[in-house]
Ligand binder design. Structure first.
Ligand code: ADP
Ligand code: MG
Length: 586
């Protein structure tokens, strides 16, 4: 490592200045980054239970000469850059020579260090920025920085600290982020009286990831991320959809080894999950971007927490594309998630599902599937042929993957990482609910005319309800008219729903009018739920292979396939790892 020098004022002027030390977590971050820049292989972090009272970071890096140790506490003293040009090429985590000076200024500060060229080490003690003692000490090559009584001379900042728990959470997050991004480093982390972690050098990202998120196993069901194009290399790990959390706290992004917060990367990852997780959840993610330093500006934020990319849109597309590819592991074989437009992906990838916005054609194409979904084996052959869809049906009758039905309730299919189990009723409910909403809120859904109108008896309250809901029912595809005093004639029902189920759900919708608006829902919402619940295939119904396949295809084309309209799960995944464990294979 080159010697430390004081930066030229012209260079200093180009550096984004500001508050470096906001809280104990910022101290930890700066000290860690220094230890990493010093090519350490072991980094040990210790804090008191009130972290502002004591933070110690110890490393086995290159250390400093006595001369450097004294210079290191000065402002703009750095060994990492010299000129303004270096700023554009910076590879190290530090470059401003401000961290040690800023920390030393607001604390009691002790630096102990030895470089390989020296026989004795140096200890420098400072109080509020002033060096009060320098002495020789015996120690191994490396550096230890001890920070005590942080903000003792700036009580205002002390008051700004959050609770002890919150401060510990912040700094734990810093340590874990770096530990995840640097698996080859042996990390030790302890918080007095609570936390004591030892993370010996790991082989790779996955091994380290498992310690934190894998519940101690070697396959927690996560997906790996890998993509390289145009000089940008993206690697990382994405948690299984069911591991998604309610906050972003478990998303770690690093750019050229620097942990950053990046809304762009966060959004790209989220979009890559598509509809595999609910809209208000955040996947576990570790994304490392290696990029030519000239294509990224690290000098935009005083704490270097944010970076700016030359071509943000491209990086976004790349990460989203890579995440989409990684997510295939969670989708049943042969079923493609709806693809986002403009995703960068290798040639020959699975064809897009294309859930066209054109509902008309969607109904045409999927109509046959829906019919198939309902048709008991052998029935409706004529109707299918009449529609000239015979060949489509035939081609679907040999699905390329087996889908089994279990106890007339669940559908089972292999997926890349194991097995998926779909609840047939809940899944169909999700499908019909989304279609009903589209008809009710958007244009009218298509209707199928009944060959023979069905005459249905209604009670007076049901008749009242009918009058009230008429316009909605029409949009759903019902064609109902009065027929005698207490009877209606149903001449048309929503397309793709078999007659009996359609009549049942009509009655259910009329009966549910009592609770209309109870939960502050729009009537359309209420009707869609009630309709879907009663029109969906029941538990206990046998589905043929074509119907099973149709249910899978359609479920994974909905916007939220993981839950039915009431929030219950529509499917669960069982990983190979879980099976292996139960069979005692590991
Ligand atoms: P910067 O990291 O931006 O250069 P710092 O104030 O954090 O600024 O550190 C100043 C200098 O002190 C660094 O450039 C480096 O030469 C030296 N230094 C700091 N911490 C360590 C460490 N743990 N091991 C070796 N050298 C260090
Ligand atoms: Mg630094």
């Amino acid at each position: 490592m080159p010697a430390i020098r004081i930066l030229d004022p012209s260079v200093v002027g180009k550096i984004r200045a500001g508050e470096v030390v906001e809280r104990p977590a910022s101290v930890v971050k700066e000290l860690l980054e220094n230890a990493l820049d010093a090519r350490s292989t072991l980094i040990a972090i210790h804090t008191a239970s009130h972290p502002e009272r004591l933070i110690r970071v110890q490393d086995d890096g290159v250390g400093m000469s006595r001369e450097d140790a004294l210079l290191a506490l000065r402002r703009h003293a750095t060994s990492k850059i010299e000129s303004a040009d270096d700023l554009a090429r910076v590879r190290s985590l530090g470059f401003r020579g401000e961290a040690l000076a800023s920390v030393a200024e607001v604390a009691r500060f002790t630096l102990t260090t030895r470089s390989a060229d020296e026989i004795t080490g140096t200890q420098v003690e400072a109080l509020g920025g002033a060096i009060i003692q320098v002495s020789g000490v015996g120690r191994a090559v490396g550096t230890t920085v001890l920070v005590e009584d942080l903000f003792f001379n700036t009580p205002a900042r002390l008051r700004f600290l959050k609770s002890r728990e919150a401060e510990i959470r912040f700094l734990t997050r810093v340590v874990w982020s770096y530990a995840l991004a640097y698996p080859r480093i042996h990390w030790k982390f302890s918080v007095e009286g609570r936390e004591d972690t030892d993370l010996p050098e790991a082989r790779d990202l996955s091994e380290r990831w498992h310690v934190l998120y894998g519940r101690g196993s070697s396959d927690g069901g996560e997906a790996t991320l890998e993509h390289e194009a145009a000089g940008i290399h993206v690697t990382g790990i994405l948690g299984a959809p069911e591991q998604a959390r309610a906050s972003r706290d478990h998303q770690t992004f690093a750019v050229n080894g620097r942990i950053v917060s990046s809304p762009t990367l966060g959004a790209a990852v989220r979009q890559g999950y598509g509809n595999l997780i609910a809209g208000d959840r955040y996947p576990l993610a570790l994304v490392l971007v290696e990029i030519d330093p000239e294509l990224v500006d690290v000098n935009v934020h005083p704490t270097k927490r944010e970076v700016r990319f030359r071509d943000e849109a491209r990086l976004f597309r790349m990460v989203r594309g890579a995440a989409e590819i990684a997510m295939r592991r969670y989708v049943p074989v042969g079923i493609a998630l709806p693809e986002s437009p403009g995703a960068e992906r290798p040639a020959g990838s699975a064809a897009a599902y294309a859930p066209g916005p054109a509902r008309e054609s969607a109904v045409e194409g999927e109509g046959a599937l829906m019919l198939a979904l309902y048709a008991p084996p052998g029935a409706d052959e004529a109707a299918v042929r009449d529609r000239d869809q015979g060949d489509l049906r035939e081609s679907l009758s040999e699905p390329e993957i087996p889908i089994w039905q279990l106890h007339e309730r669940y559908l089972l299919a292999p997926i890349r990482g194991g097995l998926v189990v779909v609840d047939q009723h809940a899944a169909h409910e999700r499908i019909l609910y989304e279609e009903a909403r589209a008809s009710l809120f958007g244009g009218a859904g298509s209707s199928q005319a009944l060959l023979f109108p069905r005459v249905v008896d209604l009670t007076p309250p049901e008749l009242d309800a009918l009058l009230m809901l008429e316009p909605h029912l029409k949009r759903l595809g019902y064609d109902v008219s009065l027929f005698g005093e207490r009877q209606v004639a149903v001449r048309g029902v929503p397309a793709l729903v078999p007659e009996n189920a359609a009549i049942d759900s009509l009655k259910a919708v009329l009966a549910s009018v009592d609770t209309l608006g109870e939960r502050g829902e729009a009537p359309e919402e209420h009707i869609a739920k009630s309709f879907a619940c009663h029109a969906a295939v029941r538990t206990g119904q046998i589905l043929n292979p074509v119907e099973r396949r149709a249910l899978f295809d359609r479920l994974f084309a909905t916007s939220l396939p993981h839950g039915d309209p009431h929030g219950r799960a529509t499917y669960v995944r069982v990983t190979m790892e879980e099976l292996d464990r139960r069979f005692g294979r590991r």
